[in-house]
Design a protein. Structure first.
Lengths: 250, 200
């Protein structure tokens, strides 16, 4: 019987009948991984409380022929402030669904694990919307799709005058190159500067960042469009967030 | 490769679509149904057909019923000032088995789940609001499951209903009978504490 340990955050937990749950975890050691938690839906299960979405849990996993299963688990952080607030449930669902959609199974990335953990911790009294934008842009950055913001993504030149943002060309465009992508959108210099901050500042420092409603809205739309290039499907929790938060649908 | 006659393969195929039934169990069930006296198999087929064709949602509470309204909604001995809100018809059965609730039910047919794309509009919430219009209901007990979806649903409903002047409570998800305290996780324990009632 082969056993191994890992520390993970539960991204999803789905009932699959017979009291079993299929978990999608993001682990420090192995990246995204799917495991079964036998009997975890039953009230008498010792695992029940630890295998819920957004929990930070230590697992002892048993290797299986088709899929590995949870042998033991121990809660590290329960993030109960998230499950007491509908908007925070929406944001945490979005972070989990986004990470699930962007990452392949079995590719460890300790930066992503730490980013998710820190972002969820800061949701306790942080700005959920700004934390979500920082998560989005850092996430694609850690995965190697960092948007080009310092110079023109097309000609590498300076971006004076009007700036455009192109998801297809991977970042900002100078005035001369703006026509290279017909779908490029014109945006304020301030919006680009804010995106640079979201990309580079550690999440804990973001509480110093003040962003007005119009800039928040534009960044949301730009990043949502940028992320679409790296995902196979739309995120369901994005629709939920649109309904329960301010700002435009994106 | 075909190991089965076509109708047998079809039966196995249909059975394996049932929840919790894998291909092996489906095969065993199919051979069982073919081996028993014909009347036993026909009875099963007929009762599935009968249930499907006569059972619908009660237009008042949303529970499964073959009469309109259902036998619970019609029962005059039940209290009409308190509603118990549950996710699924099977939760009504669980509550009824406990014999501790004497009011009426409301079945939402699901729970809010951002990740599954289930929002309030997909649940029977408009029907619930309509029931509260008369002012007869004084208390609403939320009996959604103690998980993220059940929590989200309870928070949403509480925010929606409390301003209407209806008392909103949630059942305590305490320790299941027979479970040792030491094996309980923090969430179970804190929920049990939150939902505690005054001792008589
Ligand atoms: Zn250029
Ligand atoms: Zn009824």
């Amino acid at each position: 019987m082969k056993l191994y340990k890992m520390e993970a955050i539960v991204l999803r937990a789905r009932d699959i009948g017979g009291g079993d749950k299929l978990l999608v975890l993001y682990s420090r050691e192995y990246g995204k991984i799917k495991v079964i938690a036998h009997g975890a839906s039953k009230p008498s299960s010792r695992k029940r409380g630890f295998v819920q979405p957004f929990n930070h849990t230590k697992f002892l996993i048993q290797r299986g022929r088709e899929i590995d299963s949870v042998s033991q688990c121990e809660g590290v952080e329960m993030f109960s402030f998230i499950r007491e607030d509908l908007k925070k449930i929406g944001y945490a669902s979005y972070l989990a669904e986004l990470l699930d959609a962007l990452t392949p199974e079995g590719e460890p990335n300790e930066f992503l694990f730490a980013l998710l953990l820190e972002t969820m911790r800061l949701m306790n009294n942080g700005d959920d919307e700004i934390l979500a934008r920082s998560f989005e842009i850092k996430c694609v950055g850690f995965l190697g799709y960092r948007p080009v913001l310092d110079s023109c993504a097309e000609c590498q030149g300076q971006t004076g005058g009007r700036i455009h943002f192109s998801s297809g060309l991977g970042g900002v465009l100078c005035e001369a190159c703006a026509s290279a992508d017909r779908e490029a959108v014109s945006c304020d210099r301030g919006v680009v500067e804010t995106m640079k901050v979201l990309l580079s500042w550690p999440p804990v420092k973001l509480r110093l960042l003040k962003v007005g409603r119009p800039a928040r809205n534009q960044i949301k739309v730009l990043l949502r469009d940028y992320l679409k290039y790296y995902m196979e499907h739309e995120l369901k929790s994005a629709a939920f967030l649109n309904r329960f938060t301010q700002g435009p649908p994106g | 490769m075909n190991y089965y006659a076509k109708p047998v393969a079809h039966l196995i195929d249909q059975l394996s679509k049932l929840p919790g039934i894998g291909p092996k169990t489906a095969q065993r069930l199919a051979f069982y149904l073919l081996g028993v006296p014909a009347e036993v198999a026909y009875n099963l087929a007929r009762s599935i057909e009968k249930a499907r064709s006569t059972i619908q949602y009660c237009t008042v509470c949303g529970n499964f019923t073959d009469e309109e309204p259902c036998f619970i909604c019609r029962d005059e001995r039940r209290r009409r000032d308190v509603l118990c809100v549950v996710e699924r018809p099977r939760d009504v059965v669980a509550m009824e088995k406990s014999r501790s609730f004497k009011g009426l039910y409301h079945v939402l047919h699901g729970a809010i789940s951002p990740m599954e794309g289930v929002g309030p509009d997909q649940l029977h919430i408009r029907e619930l609001l309509r029931r509260l219009e008369g002012g007869e209901v004084k208390e609403m007990i939320l009996a959604t499951n103690p998980n993220i979806e059940g929590d989200a649903t309870a928070i949403y409903l509480s925010g929606l209903i409390k301003p209407l002047g209806v008392r909103v409570t949630r059942i305590a998800h305490g320790l299941p009978v027979g479970a040792d305290l030491e094996y309980a996780d923090e969430i179970t324990l804190s929920k049990a504490l939150e939902g505690r009632q005054e001792m008589k």
